[in-house]
Design a protein around this ligand. Structure first.
Ligand code: AMP
Length: 218
């Protein structure tokens, strides 16, 4: 089973993908995370990617498709895979379909998290993460239970993402509007698109998605 989470930056794709995967025993693949691993390795390719990510633009399709290609196979035996932040362009979506068809699979569910822009900016400019394990926090909604200590790994070091500044966020919204939103009618015409009100609390969003998935996954 292939499940896609679509939505603008800050819509909660990563949080929901992690929680839903845990609930139903699925795997997750986040192209944003895979790209950040490449950046952290400081390879020549990593440096090129960093420049694009920090500008708020989308990384070119070939690089992203190559990353997905290398990682999707790892999970061929999994009950299902959640794709977080992929596809983000029509070219990526078509390549994904071709690849799935070749192995007798399809995209089963696409969840669109729809959120008002003011709320997105508020969420993004307040989010931060553990510098060691990458666990996400938010100054407004979700701080570590012991202040200054990561709940997951105990690290005392935290950082913000370099692309979570106001000017880069606006560029990321533009990329979403121009390149990713065309995927909504594309998946709608395939009958797999589910629109979720992403302005709700994470618990409510999770409940809505789980309700749809539980009919097929339990
Ligand atoms: P995310 O963590 O999903 O917000 O992604 C962070 C950044 O990584 C994006 O702003 C893009 O620059 C890049 N990125 C992530 N996924 C993709 C993708 N599927 N296609 C192109 N660029 C991507």
């Amino acid at each position: 089973m292939i499940i896609i989470f679509l939505g603008p930056p800050g819509s909660g794709k990563g949080t929901q993908a992690t929680d839903v995967a845990k609930q139903f025993g699925l795997k997750t693949l986040s192209t944003g995370d895979l790209l950040r691993v490449e950046i952290a390795a400081e390879t020549k390719l990593g440096k090129k990617i960093q420049e694009v990510v920090n500008s708020g633009r989308l990384v070119n399709d070939e690089i992203v498709l190559d990353l997905i290609e290398r990682n999707l196979d790892k999970y061929s035996g999994a009950r299902g895979v959640i794709l977080d932040g992929f596809p983000r362009t029509i070219v990526q979506a078509k390549k994904l379909n071709e690849r799935l068809e070749a192995t007798g699979r399809i995209v089963n569910f696409v969840f669109e998290l729809d959120v008002d822009q003011d709320l997105l900016i508020k969420r993004l400019t307040n989010r931060y993460q553990c510098a060691n394990c990458g666990t996400n926090y938010n100054k407004l909604y979700k701080n570590p239970s012991k202040p200054g200590i990561c709940d997951v790994c105990g690290s005392h070091e935290f950082k913000m993402r370099e692309d979570d500044t106001k000017s880069v966020i606006l560029e990321r919204f533009k990329e979403y509007h121009d390149l990713t939103e065309p995927l909504l009618p594309y998946y709608n015409s395939q009958g797999v698109l589910y629109r979720i009100d992403g302005n709700q609390t994470p618990d409510k969003i999770f409940a809505e998605i789980s309700n749809i998935l539980k009919n097929v996954l339990t």
